[in-house]
Structures are given as C-alpha cells and as structure tokens.
Ligand binder design. Structure first.
Ligand code: PLP
Length: 393
C-alpha cells in the first residue's frame, strides 16, 4: 500500500453526483477508508474503483491509499487522508488574488443569537454575508463552479464567456471571480429583482439582461439556448454539481468542525431554499455523519410570495430529491421582513430577506428546544428598495 496525492491518480472525469452519493454517504458514515484503491503502475485508476475515487475527491481528501494488482486492507480515517485540510485557512489574511481572498474569509463566523436562546434552546447563525464579493453564500458556488469548469469543462478555456441566470448574488459572485480568470460574464436577472443589481453587476464589468419572468425552468432554458447560439458556457447553478459539492466540502465541513470546537451537536439546521444547493449538501453531510439525528428544515416562499433568492420546491430543484429534508416551512415576504427586523434590532446583525425567512421558519416549528443552526445567506443592504416600503413595527 502506498499513500499518494489524489491529484497524481489519473481518472476519467467525474460522473454526475447521483452516481457518487452512495459511496460518499458510506465514507461519511464510517469516517474511514478500509481498502486501497486499485491503480496500475502509472497510477491510472482501475474502473472498479471509479466511484469510490470520485466520492473521496468530492469530500476533499488530499491523499488516498493505492495498491497495484490486488486490494489491501487499511484502516485510515478521513482526517488521516486530509479531509480537514480544507479548513486550513490563511489566518493573517494576506491574499495575492481574489481567489485567495474568498478562502481567507472562511470559515464564515458562527455566532450565538442570544435573544432567541434561553436555558432550553440554543440558537446559532452562520453568517454567510461575510463572504467577500456578493456578501452572500453564493460566492462559494461562484468560485467553485469556475474552478470546477477549468478542471472538467474545456469549453470555459475556449470561449471564456459565461452566461448565468441569477437573482443577483451568483451574478455578483461570478462577475468578481471572473476577473481572476479573465472571463466575460453575462447575467440574466428576473424583472422582479431590485434595480440596484444592474448597477452593481455593470460596475463589475459584466453584462446584464433582464428577463420578463421569475427564474422558471423556461427562463433558465432561454439562457441555455442563448449560450448555445453565442458559444458561451451556461454555468447553470441550478444543475451544476459544483454547487452541491462546494457546500459539501466547505459550508458543511466548516459548520461541523465549528460545532465540534464548542462541543455542540445540532438538533436542527434551518436553510432557505433556492437552487437547494446548500440545504441539500448540509442534509447529506450531517445525516450521514450523525446517523440522521440532525433534523433539516427547508424554508420556501409561501405561494405567490417573492423572497429574493428563494424558490418553491415545485419550481424545480435538483439535489433536494437525493437527500432528506425533514420539514418544509412556507414563509411570506412580510414574515421574512419581520424576521430580518427582529435580528437586526435585537442582535445588531444586518441580515437579508432570506435570512429573515429562516428566522421566521424556525419560529414556526412546533418545538425549538435544543441546538438550532440557522444559515444566513446574505445581508440587508441590497434590499433597501424592498425594505423602505414596509412599515416596521
Ligand atoms: N438566499 C439568497 C439571498 C440567495 O441568493 C439564495 C440563492 O440564490 C438562497 C438563499 C438559496 O440558496 P441555495 O441556492 O443554496 O438554495
């Protein structure tokens, strides 16, 4: 048996995520690797280990045990293989480019919400608005989808042009990250999105196209057709497995180790639903690592309500169908704003509308005793046009 860098093993490209979830779940549940991966003398992967290899890769391990000819028994924890190396950040935060800048902001803080906590309940929030570009959770996927495209999709290298439908945050993230990679970006924004988004995205040197409808399957398909016509890469956060993988490798893993550092086991994690990327990855990670003891709550806009960045499940989501979401809560725009106003005024945290929806979702649960984690996707600055129209009590 030899331990080698996972980058040194030659393999065909990653298969769709649904083909890797069984292996990844086994690895997370067991927390260890018990057999070598078969390779030949030149480190070409043997096809029987194709799925296990890629499952290890999407979990972010750095090295793997390999053998030539026949399998050998091993007993190595995921940490022995560098699973936690994803969390080794640059603490002095000196960055040579904007790709390093994003990782210097991780882990995003986990902060206790004292006004929602008491002797029976302990509520914590992960502040994704402290990401550097879009001030949102979408920086993670913008960055990872681009890195992943350079690894797996030759089109990005030839066209250097990305088209994407976004309700703002992914658009800003891609516009910023695209600079490091000399990419041109066109963002399709739904008509319902606040006007300031055009200004931000244009100032960042990217193009904006307004589309008449919300981010429906038809609207996303129009982006796909335009991208084919113009030989652009439609990076498509709604279908791109790099979205899910970024939250598996980083958001979920960060949260797990942050909670371990203070000896807390979450009873529930509450997430806003848009593409379902972060809710699905967090569910997959925590339910496999902790034997389904963590309840995952998804929050969606109530029928005919608009909460920026959020969508209802029936409008089409990919990864949510591969994982278990224990409860889905409907929240109105008014309730989201009230949740936002409560956290802003009581805790002094400038959270956005979908974060407010997460607070409202938690408060609608019948029992919130124990440890609850809220994922706060972004901040309130982008939504001043919406917030100014509401009388806050
Ligand atoms: N909240 C905001 C502000 C968003 O921009 C998004 C996604 O666009 C979400 C929540 C939902 O996150 P996800 O796409 O991971 O489901």
């Amino acid at each position: 048996m030899k331990l080698v860098s996972i980058e040194d093993v030659k393999s065909p490209p990653r298969p769709p995520i649904e083909e890797l979830l069984d292996e990844a779940a086994k690895l997370l549940r067991l927390g260890r690797v018990t057999e070598t991966i078969l390779v030949d003398e030149e480190y070409n992967l043997c096809m029987e280990d194709y799925r296990r290899f890629h499952a290890l890769k999407i979990l972010g391990v750095r090295c793997i045990p390999v053998s030539v000819g026949s399998k050998e028994d091993v007993d190595l924890t995921l940490e022995d293989l560098g699973f936690d190396k994803d969390l080794e950040y640059n603490s002095l935060r000196v960055c040579r480019n904007n790709s390093e800048l994003i990782k210097s902001c991780w882990p995003t803080p986990l902060v206790r919400l004292n006004f929602l906590s008491n002797s029976l309940r302990d509520v914590w929030a992960k502040l994704e608005y402290l990401n550097p570009f879009s001030n949102s959770i979408k920086d993670r996927i913008g960055w990872y989808m681009v890195i992943d495209a350079f690894e797996n999709n030759p089109k990005i290298g030839t066209s250097r042009l990305i088209y994407e439908a976004s309700s703002t945050n992914t658009g800003i993230a891609l516009a910023c990250i695209g600079k490091s990679f000399n990419l041109k970006i066109r963002i399709y924004l739904p008509q319902t999105v606040q006007r300031c988004s055009d200004t931000y995205i244009r100032l960042l040197g990217s193009e904006v196209v307004r589309v008449p409808e919300q981010l429906t399957i038809q609207a996303i398909d129009r982006v796909r057709q335009d991208s084919i016509r113009d030989n652009a890469l439609h990076i498509n956060q709604f279908e791109n497995d790099a979205n899910f993988i970024s939250h598996l490798r980083f958001t979920s893993k960060e949260l797990d180790y942050q909670l371990k550092s203070i000896n807390l086991r979450p009873r529930r994690i509450v997430c806003a639903l848009g593409t379902s990327g972060h809710a699905s990855a967090i569910s997959f990670y925590f339910k496999n690592r902790y034997q389904d003891k963590v309840e995952i709550v998804g929050v969606q806009p109530a029928k005919d309500e608009i909460i920026p960045g959020m969508r209802r499940i029936e409008t089409g989501m990919k990864w949510i169908h591969y994982v278990k979401i224990d409860e889905v809560i409907d929240v109105t725009r008014r309730e989201a704003i009230e949740g936002l106003a409560k956290v802003a005024s009581m805790e002094g945290l400038p959270i956005g509308l979908s974060s407010g929806a997460v607070v409202a979702g938690l408060e609608k649960l019948s029992n919130i005793d124990g440890v609850s984690i809220l994922i706060f996707p972004d901040h309130f600055y982008k939504y001043v046009e919406v917030l100014a129209n509401y009388q806050i009590s």
